[in-house]
Design a protein around this ligand. Structure first.
Ligand SMILES: Cc1cc2nc3c(=O)[nH]c(=O)nc-3n(C[C@H](O)[C@H](O)[C@H](O)COP(=O)(O)OP(=O)(O)OC[C@H]3O[C@@H](n4cnc5c(N)ncnc54)[C@H](O)[C@@H]3O)c2cc1C
Ligand SMILES: NC(=O)c1ccc[n+]([C@@H]2O[C@H](COP(=O)([O-])OP(=O)(O)OC[C@H]3O[C@@H](n4cnc5c(N)ncnc54)[C@H](OP(=O)(O)O)[C@@H]3O)[C@@H](O)[C@H]2O)c1
Length: 370
């Protein structure tokens, strides 16, 4: 493997590379619960280098429709400078407590003030809200400066790289899940995923750079077996791992636990995974489709079903990787790994935890969760 770290790249947050979209295709049917896109960005003659496990950071722009909605609600429609600032400079989707406190300070609404003073109630209220929903619920007429003072700076969004540069030297692939939810009858989209899945076209300039991720790396020895656990968009870096191992002719065995909601709607990269299984690149493939049967099946249920083999792979030196949702999945998978160590290794709870900590310290248990 070429040991080039992204830190050697000349492109960074302050000096991003102006890329463009080469390809965007849906990985899900229109009926899927959550839309997911495969995207490929051109690296041209940038000289950008990345390794499997790295992420791409992208500058995004907010939805012009949402910007107009906010301007209207605040009575600031027609302020073109503010319009541009809301589109390019400020977070206008995520509601954070700081926004709430600042907004309440000039809003003079007793109900809003009561919410600010009750952190538990505030958390519940904010669960399915974006900033625009707060503006609807608690109308006010802030000045341009008051509004801007409540808003944070727009952050880049990161996406795991879903390709190996060994196979595609001049492009980088991403797997983008569209965040979409309903708030009081209004369809709301995530800022970054909405931008990428919806508004980006072949002519859009995409300002990007690579973020080095040294804590999520394939084993240095290509003969080492790997177990990869990545439901949903967590599959992304494992597509890169598998491309890399295939391209380098790595002899190590590869076991993937993937999953999503329904095989017919959202089996992300299903054709590629099955082809890798058929050709032997994937030694084992276990896919959990959570909603294809009356009982929910998640990746950790399949892990537990395969406990003796998972334990044997670990005894044989396998590295284990987890990618995807941090809130629930990563913890549930970790609990299952501990249960496997207890059940198969005859360990009590504390030694099992120490064993897993040991694997972490040896970089044999790596997580990339968000
Ligand atoms: C290292 C790293 C790697 C990542 N890799 C990937 C990847 O490969 N693919 C991928 O798709 N994403 C990935 N992400 C996540 C990605 O960066 C964005 O966070 C994601 O696309 C959402 O951003 P957004 O701008 O669309 O949403 P935002 O506008 O930022 O909104 C997100 C906020 O919306 C709220 N929210 C989320 N879901 C709901 C809901 N159902 N109902 C109500 N509110 C909700 C939450 O408060 C959340 O903070 C990664 C993140 C990190 C840090
Ligand atoms: N409400 C929210 O704020 C919210 C909700 C979901 C995701 N997200 C965000 O979406 C991103 C992850 O999206 P994603 O596409 O990778 O995943 P995802 O869309 O949330 O789910 C992918 C698969 O994982 C399953 N799953 C759900 N809970 C699980 C658990 N505890 N353990 C194992 N598998 C589980 C899902 O099954 P089922 O859904 O059928 O159970 C589905 O089959 C993250 O950024 C996350 O923060 C946010």
């Amino acid at each position: 493997m070429t040991a080039v770290s992204s830190s050697s790249n000349q492109w960074n947050r302050d000096h991003p590379y102006a890329s463009r979209l080469l390809l965007k295709r849906p990985l899900t049917t229109v009926g899927a619960v959550k839309q997911v896109m495969h995207m490929e960005l051109d690296l041209g003659d940038s000289g950008l280098r990345y390794q499997p496990g790295d992420t791409v950071a992208l500058r995004i722009e907010n939805d012009p429709g949402l910007v107009q909605e906010i301007l209207q609600l605040c009575g600031l429609a027609g302020d073109h400078e503010l319009e541009l600032a809301l589109q390019r400079d400020h977070e206008i989707t995520q509601v954070h407590p700081g926004f709430f406190r600042n907004y309440a300070a000039f809003c003079h609404n007793p109900d809003l003030q009561q919410l600010v003073n009750d952190s538990k109630q505030l958390r519940t209220y904010l669960e399915h809200k974006q900033i625009v929903d707060v503006l609807r619920d608690f109308p006010a007429s802030p000045s341009r400066d008051q509004l801007r003072s409540c808003l944070r700076r727009l952050q880049e969004r990161q996406y795991s790289i879903a390709s190996s540069q060994c196979q595609t030297p001049a492009s980088v692939a991403l797997t983008v899940g569209m965040l979409q939810f309903d708030s009081n009858g209004h369809v709301r989209h995530g800022a970054g995923s909405g931008f990428l899945s919806g508004r980006v076209t072949a002519s859009t300039t995409l300002l990007m750079h690579i973020v080095d991720n040294p804590n999520f790396r394939l084993p240095a020895d290509p003969a080492t077996p790997v177990i990869m656990i990545g439901p949903g968009t967590g599959i992304a870096p494992f597509r890169a791992f598998l491309q890399e191992r295939q391209c380098r002719g790595a002899s190590g065995r590869n076991w993937l636990f993937a999953g999503n909601r329904r095989r017919n709607d959202d089996f992300l990269y299903g054709d590629e995974l099955l082809a890798w299984q058929a050709s032997g690149v994937l030694t084992r493939l276990d896919v959990a489709f959570s909603r294809d049967q009356p009982d929910t099946i998640h990746v950790q249920h399949l892990l537990l079903q395969q406990a003796p083999a998972v334990h044997a792979w670990l005894q044989e030196g396998a590295h284990i990787y987890v990618c995807g949702d941090a809130r629930h999945m990563a913890e549930d998978v970790q609990k299952t790994l501990l249960a496997i160590l207890e059940q198969q290794g005859g360990l009590a709870a504390e030694p099992a935890r120490q064993y897993l900590t040991g694997l972490r310290q040896q970089h044999r248990y790596q997580r990339d969760v968000y």
